[in-house]
Design a protein around this ligand. Sequence first.
Ligand code: NAI
Length: 253
Amino acid sequence: MGLLTGKTALVTGAARGIGKAVAMKFASEGANIAFTDLVLNDDMAAGLEATRKEIEALGVTCRAYAGNAADFEETEKTVKQIHADFGSIDILVNNAGITKDGLMLRMSEAQWDAVLNVNLKSAFNFIHACSPIMLRQRSGSIINMASVVGVHGNAGQCNYAASKAGMIALAKSIAFGELGPKGVRANAVAPGFIETAMTAQLPEEIRKDWMKKIPLRRGGQTEDIANVCLFLASDMSSYVSGRVIQIDGGMNM
Ligand code: NAI
């Protein structure tokens, strides 16, 4: 028996990176997996299917759903389909995210809107569609993938930091008075510097700067985030709700 045997987990933006690691970890603990990601071109579609096969090889049911997490109506349809395919949704991880960095004075409206829509509005979309299902079940665990910059702020990332702070407040608000009393938990995790395609784009100097600030002197691995998500998804954390857990090698104490 795994920690998540018999559960269905929905992870957004899970074709690669942290989302994929979370989906794989949940599957290795027995959860059936529904995951979403964009399909922009044939390469991405191949990525979606490759990830689906990798997860399925762990001995669980896994289905991939192509779609834009920032689109409200599309999300409603996708979640309905997932519920029909799996019969329940027990765990939701709002992971899809992007960066479009820039200083405030140079930031375009398009940069602001894109990041707020993909990071924050997508979490609203999925919670809005999944919470009636979880409320009926009178159980569920929602995990918002925030960031340390959503707690502490970061120059050059006002759009990204605001979206991540919003995801923390969103988790706390629903955990507190809305879903919590009906047995549905909601938490946020706040990763620091994690080695993925997102951070691989950063210039070497910025990378070195980050390393100096991290007491454990290494970038985090996707597995470091997946382990904490497993804790929050499972009954190991059955009395933990409305919290934000920083996973940053001790960077922000
Ligand atoms: P990544 O870029 O490797 O993966 C993000 C995934 O989200 C991709 O597969 C992408 O196609 C998908 N995605 C993007 N826009 C989407 C949309 N509109 N609809 C559906 N899917 C979409 O990034 P990474 O590093 O794995 O990040 C995952 C999450 O973790 C993001 O929310 C990110 O903000 C957060 N995070 C990452 C950190 C890092 O150091 N890598 C640090 C803190 C937070």
